[in-house]
Design a protein around this ligand. Sequence first.
Ligand code: ATP
Ligand code: MG
Length: 226
Amino acid sequence: MNDKTVEMKGVSKNYISGSDRLHVLKDVDLSLYAGESVAVVGASGCGKSTLLNLLGGLDRADSGSITACGYPVSSLEERDLTAYRSLGVGFVFQFHYLLKDFTAAENVMLPMVMSGRSRRESLEAAMAALESVNTSDRADHYPSQLSGGERQRVALARAVINDPPLVLADEPTGNLDEDHKEMVARLLFSLTTQAGKTLLLVTHAPDLASRADRTMRLSEGRLVQV
Ligand SMILES: Nc1ncnc2c1ncn2[C@@H]1O[C@H](COP(=O)(O)OP(=O)(O)OP(=O)(O)O)[C@@H](O)[C@H]1O
Ligand SMILES: [Mg+2]
């Protein structure tokens, strides 16, 4: 059996708005292993992005524990969470979140510069990452000058620039045409089959989910194997 990259145990998350208390995640357990891809499916609003945000260290669970890539994510101080977010995990968001005042190359190199590597080394790695997603000819374009598919590919390059063991992808092909969907899907799955990473993928697309090694369904706050 491959190494365990992720262990979530008894994770719960509530949102409180006004007098309402929304139990989005109820006692969720999840184990993920190196080299595997897992799809998470479920109705809109069921908590898929919430689950990814907790695992990515972008939000805190109310209870339970999360360990990922050797980091005790659920109990880390903010400073150590920053290190985890930069080195342990790569995030491809539901909406791309490229920084609008930075070029494609600068967006991709940013996580590497932030983790203390030189500008020159980071730029070289960024160009190689853009090359791998067929977007190096757009390196000097700003996000507003990129198509939706190009933005998503740049976001993917940025997510993996620091070579994280865990990649979280939230509807990565949601807004793309068929050709770009296929390219992004291939790139994502090659991260597990060729680079031995762990991929957790949220998607509404049955054909994309079916390409993952396993599928989990989130329903009424609980995660079950499909
Ligand atoms: N910051 C917040 N405050 C209050 N409620 C929130 C907050 N973020 C999300 N929610 C609610 O929590 C639920 C889960 O949201 P989440 O974004 O995780 O759903 P999702 O499964 O990703 O949906 P989609 O498929 O539409 O992206 C939704 O009902 C949403 O309205
Ligand atoms: Mg979502």
